[in-house]
Design a protein around this ligand. Sequence first.
Ligand SMILES: Cc1ncc(COP(=O)(O)O)c(C=O)c1O
Length: 401
Amino acid sequence: MPGYEWIGETEKEQINEVLETGILFRYEFKNERKGIYKVKEFEDRFAQFLGSVYAQAVTSGTAALKVALAALGVGPGDEVITQGFTFVATYEAIVEAGAVPVPAEVDETLNMDPADFERKITDKTKAVIPVHMLGSPARIQEIIDIARKHNIRVIEDTAQALGAGVGGKKLGTWGDMGTFSFDFYKTLTTGEGGMVVTNDRELYQRASEYADHGHEHNPDVGRALDGRNFLGFNYRMNELQGAVGLAQLSKLEDMIHRQQQNEALIRETLESCEGITMRQVPEKGKDSYSHVCFFLPSADKAVAFHKNITGKGLSAIYFKENLWHILPKWDHLLNLKTAWPGPHPFGGPLYGKEMTYSRDMLPQTMSILEKLVVIPIFLQMDEDLIRRMVVELQAAAEEIL
Ligand SMILES: Cc1ncc(COP(=O)(O)O)c(C=O)c1O
């Protein structure tokens, strides 16, 4: 699953090229850097890999969401619909933008339920953030069709699904903007890092300005004389991260292929067990094979299955109890706790409404998640381990189903 498993010589060579110049900053120092622009090269190659026109590297996947929201002009008074099953970062970015996150249910794809997205639209909805969870696509075409009908902008949170797609078009390139994370646990890692992609020249320009204190990046003047259109922030990726990103990107296809091989053996075993059903994948959807997600017939059986296999030392996740990925477990959000006092953004004059969250506001999501067990796929799963996993999974199924 994570690119950290394959960190090696290529990363060292790339980093050494940067260290030899001594220039760790992505801009300026034209003479000293001897033509080495790792972040820029990483952006260009990443865009090429995805089939996107523009890419802007940033400091994290959370920053990527924040930059995309800023590029689209989302701010106080706006609502942004996202799903109740995601990493909390999706909500944090919306709140940091000053907007109000509105949760939608997920369906058996484990991603946004398009019908519930449409139900949650109000006259304040400015954007929707479908999250492609655990390596597999949301019903992205349906989500985009609904969004277009209501004049809502689409940001795809693709932090967990780099390389996956639908009908040959990669995730992250379907909406107005796509965001990615390269944190320590992602398929491609730069330690910390992220990317925003878009095909829209103006959105790209706004993203690049917001991520760099508002710098216009006018090639004809130095940074000191650069123009400013609006206040930004610092979300710049540095050259060492760009170097690691380039090294990891050169292995990405191989990493996904290895995941696919490991995933296939585990998935086929589970598919052959009567009583187990697999996560739904939209038509023509292609996974990035980072997780195998499957449902047991009841919550009790899912708990027992999870307990059985983790008790035998296998890695598995029961998301219903996870503190970071499901809204009903986020006490801080349920209590509207932010770093500042007062009701913003959940109330106050700019919003003109009051938003509240509750543990039972996502019944469909919770009834799906209570039956779900997830097995993460690692690059370094060897044949012995996979053979043992197959045996243990079959034994657990026989015992519990
Ligand atoms: C769905 C999702 N969105 C956003 C993020 C945030 O990425 P980062 O950790 O790089 O800030 C993550 C990270 O796990 C994620 O899983």
